[in-house]
Ligand binder design. Structure first.
Ligand code: NAP
Length: 486
């Protein structure tokens, strides 16, 4: 690891609690593995309940002074943090690729995309005005203002270990909250590098804390503590449901960004070249390990062959390998369990009548690499139609008309992202209303941005990240009624 980074101090094997770099009290550690070659990169503290309690106390103590700063003062720290990320982009990208596996170009893109949340929320927090509400009775005046909720905790996944931090922490800190982050155990170094940069730009002690270690123990302290007023979780639907239930007794604000089962609908009036390019980028980015990856391609029967042909062409051009190599366009999956999960879905589909057009097995590179795969003849009773694939498998089926496409698309417990390829504006409008999803990308799959509200419905969770909505997730509305004023 040290050989690969120019600035070695970005490789932080300690947690940050109250401005101090710390080990676990019992000195236990978690090993971190490079998914591209199975080699150990290093280890991080295996913290538990004790360190989580310290982090909660630190964040609670720091809240008073941090929330008293003006939005401009807090914003200045966030702008500086963004600049520090830009200045260290190459090292951060290498760190991300080493622990997560994605190609360097994708790693750079993730980091820059994540960094863009800092200036957006630094500025957006200056515009959170309250209201003077028209009097509803003689002699009274009503006012509202927005206040930070308090200590905010974030639990993040391994698939976007860098960008998940600013998506949650930028609005939290901009709003006046203090934050505790528990990153995924597979990819803790990205969060710890972000903590190092936070220290360098002078974010006050206790305002931003990162603890690695036992998910259950840390999660229990965070969710049970009455001092923590907000939990923002990104990860799987089962863990999200557990955490939401744990937050019940203390009635915390909860945001859940959970799993998806995105439909990608290609109509017969679509630009098929554009649809295939969009499908390729959306499906195989991060080796298919994104919550908004297309899970089911629904293609009109009249353009089915043309679409599959073009998608196949793009798949054949993918270069699978170690993300650090310049020509790699698809890296490994995160670990052996992920490979086994993807392969089980492919086997189930093939046994139940799907047709293998490309790939369909572990890659000859071995380890965590899987072949970019294209299957047709997908049916709703196959596991691959119902479950989140989270791997490089394009599962394609045909439909006859719009009504059938919408029914197939909505036939899932999830509701995060959906995609539509069409040139018909009336159809676009109809589908936006009839697709039961938090987001729809029409002829464009680049949904995530600091400016727009990202999030799902149904089993994909609640709450939004990005946009004005993302800031209000960390604020409460306070109302004052002024009487006796004539
Ligand atoms: P995961 O197993 O749910 O883990 C996510 C995070 O939760 C990790 O930090 C994990 O810690 C922690 N965690 C696990 N069990 C916990 C518990 N009992 N208490 C407290 N924390 C706990 O999910 P994943 O496999 O890392 O991520 C993939 C999932 O995330 C997919 O379903 C994907 O769709 C979803 N995702 C959703 C979005 C979105 O915006 N909707 C974005 C990205 C990913 P450890 O690593 O230490 O176990």
């Amino acid at each position: 690891m040290h050989r690969i980074l120019q600035d070695k101090s970005l490789f932080r094997p300690h947690c940050l609690i109250n401005g101090q770099w710390r080990d676990a009290a019992d000195k236990s550690v978690l090993n971190v593995i490079n998914p591209a070659n199975g080699k150990q990169l290093g280890h991080v503290p295996n913290c538990g309940a004790e360190e989580a309690r310290l982090a909660v106390e630190a964040a609670h103590t720091a809240f008073t002074a941090w929330s008293a700063k003006s939005p401009q003062e807090r914003g200045a720290y966030l702008h500086a943090w963004e600049q520090a990320i830009h200045a260290n982009l190459e090292d951060l990208a290498r760190l991300l690729t080493l622990e997560q596996g994605k190609p360097l170009a994708e790693a750079r893109g993730e980091i820059l995309q994540g960094a863009s949340y800092f200036p957006w929320y630094a500025e957006e927090a200056r515009r959170v005005s309250g209201e003077v509400v028209p009097g509803f009775r003689q002699g009274v005046q009503a006012l509202t203002r927005h206040a930070p909720v308090g200590v905010a905790a974030a639990i993040t996944p391994w698939n976007f270990p860098m960008s998940m931090i600013p998506r949650k922490v930028a609005p939290a800190l901009a709003a006046g909250c203090t934050a505790i982050v528990k990153p995924a155990s597979a990819t803790p170094y990205s969060a710890l590098a972000m903590a190092e940069l936070a220290m360098r730009v002078g974010i006050p002690a206790g305002v931003f804390n990162v603890i690695t270690g036992s998910a259950g123990a840390i999660g229990s302290v965070i969710t049970e503590s009455p001092l923590v007023r907000k939990l923002s979780f990104t990860g799987s639907t089962p863990v999200g449901k557990t955490l939401a239930a744990q937050c019940g007794p203390t009635l915390k604000r909860v945001s859940l960004e959970l799993g998806g089962n995105a439909p990608f609908i290609v109509f017969d009036d679509a630009d098929i070249d554009l649809a295939a390019r969009m499908a390729l980028g959306n499906k195989f980015r991060n080796a298919g390990q994104t919550c908004i990856c297309a899970n089911r391609f629904l293609v009109h029967k009249d353009v089915f062959d043309a679409f599959v042909r073009r998608l196949l062409q793009g798949i054949r051009e993918l270069k699978v390998g170690d993300g650090l190599k310049a020509d790699t366009t698809m890296g490994p999956l995160i670990n052996a369990e992920a490979v086994a999960h993807v392969d089980a879905l492919v086997r189930d589909a093939l046994q139940n009548g799907a047709c293998r057009i490309a790939g369909g097995q572990a890659h000859k590179l071995g380890g965590n690499f899987y072949e970019p795969t294209l299957l047709t003849g997908i049916k709703p009773d196959m596991r691959i139609f119902r479950e989140e694939i989270f791997g490089p498998v394009a599962a394609v089926m045909s439909f006859e008309d719009e009504e059938e496409a919408v029914a197939l698309a909505n036939d899932t417990e999830y509701g995060l992202a959906s995609y539509v390829c069409t040139r018909d504006m009336a159809r676009t409008w109809r589908l936006w209303k009839s697709l039961q999803y938090g987001m729809v990308g029409v002829n464009d799959a680049g949904l995530a941005s600091a400016e727009t509200p990202f999030g799902g419905v149904k089993g994909s969770g609640m709450g939004r990240e990005g946009g004005r909505e993302g800031l209000l997730e960390y604020m409460e509305t306070h109302y004052a009624l002024l009487g006796g004023i004539g």
